[in-house]
Write a protein that binds this ligand. Structure first.
Ligand code: FBP
Ligand code: MG
Ligand code: MG
Length: 340
């Protein structure tokens, strides 16, 4: 390997050369990255650290919390309460926003996170992750409320995720492309291992939970049927399928070799827009994917254009290789909407 560039060097360079990142944002990202290192240590301990299994609690969305959901949430809160330039935080695992106390002047950023993505994979030792999103606090003259968070994803100042897999990798965008950093455990540092990540526009690989097929909307069925028809079908090529059930891992594969990821609206709970969370999962991933040349929609509209109406809003997600996402979106726009 040539010259090693650390996360700090990369961010300072972004700050200097491209002016894409103010020092306060750089420090905030470094605090989040440090918290991810601590979460990685807990994840790696597994049964030795008594971090596997469920806690006796449910989150605001009625999901049973795993011990690691709670640990990761606490690590992120604690690190950012004292370290970042934050006014407040919001998490998939907390009912309402968490104000950062006693800060003067008040921090200028808002941090949102899914502390532990892919909770169902913790106990089976499959890749999981942390997803985060940074917004600017638009109004700096008064206190913080939930409304300050309800900004469309295109206003994100930064977004990233950390994947705890065979390697621990931090993937980051500050709106100027996507960079990947691998954790060097011996040195305790993040090393730049890929810059200017690009998702190929075409793919032969899709990711969807096929067990929901009978509940899908007609355009989703049409798209998947055409993929499954292979060389003999209208697409004229064979498709492969992957579904890891950790969004971080599925998105990471797409950033690495292309593909399309879908968690669409379905008929199981027609009143619910989708399973995934707009603010903690869809927005940060959509920002990263677009910055890597891919696309992300809710099957009809660009995800980053959606204005959230509440913190824990759900959304349908179609993201990845641009031409495939555009195809799925076009199929939906041609068909009458079933989901209200
Ligand atoms: O089990 P399903 O329905 O296939 O859902 C899998 C999806 O749910 C999620 O696990 C939701 O994330 P959490 O673990 O943070 O709740 C995504 O990461 C993943 O894409
Ligand atoms: Mg998640
Ligand atoms: Mg989660």
């Amino acid at each position: 390997m040539g010259q090693r560039i650390s996360l700090t060097q990369y961010l300072v360079e972004q700050q200097r050369a491209n002016n894409s990142i103010p020092p306060q944002l750089r420090l905030l990202i470094e605090v989040v990255a440090r918290a991810c290192k601590r979460i990685a240590i807990s994840v790696n301990k597994g049964a030795l650290g008594d971090v596997l299994g469920s806690a006796d609690s449910e989150n605001v969305q009625g999901e049973v919390q795993k011990k690691l959901d709670i640990i990761a949430n606490e690590v992120l809160i604690e690190a950012n309460e004292w370290g970042g330039h934050l006014a407040a935080m919001a998490s998939e695992e907390m009912d309402s926003i968490h104000l950062v106390p006693n800060r003067f002047p008040q921090g200028e950023y808002l941090l949102l996170f899914d502390p532990l993505d892919g909770s169902s994979n913790i106990d089976v030792n499959v890749s999981i992750g942390t997803i985060f999103s940074v917004l600017r606090k638009v109004n700096n003259h008064r206190g913080v409320s939930e409304e300050d968070f309800l900004q469309p994803g295109k206003q994100q100042a930064a977004a990233g995720y950390c994947i705890y897999g065979p390697q621990t990798t931090l993937v980051l965008t500050v709106g100027d492309g996507v960079a990947m950093f691998t954790l060097d455990r011996e040195m305790g540092s993040w090393v730049l291992t890929e810059d200017n990540v690009k998702i190929p526009a075409d793919t032969k690989e899709f990711a969807i939970n096929m067990s929901n097929m009978r509940h899908w909307d007609t355009p989703v069925k049409r798209y998947i049927d055409e993929c499954l028809a292979g060389e003999e079908g209208p697409r004229g090529k064979n498709f492969n399928m992957r579904w890891i059930a950790s969004m971080v891992a599925d998105v990471h594969r797409i950033l690495t070799r292309g593909g399309i990821f879908m968690y669409p609206w379905d008929k199981r709970e027609p009143g619910k827009a989708g399973k995934l969370r707009l603010m903690y999962e869809a927005n940060p991933m959509a920002f990263i994917v677009e910055q890597a040349g891919g696309a992300a929609t809710n099957a009809r509209q660009r995800i980053l254009d959606l204005t959230p109406t509440k913190l824990h809003e759900r959304v349908a997600v179609v993201l990845g290789s641009k031409n495939e996402v555009e195809r799925v979106t076009a199929y939906h726009l041609e068909a009458p909407s079933q989901n209200g």
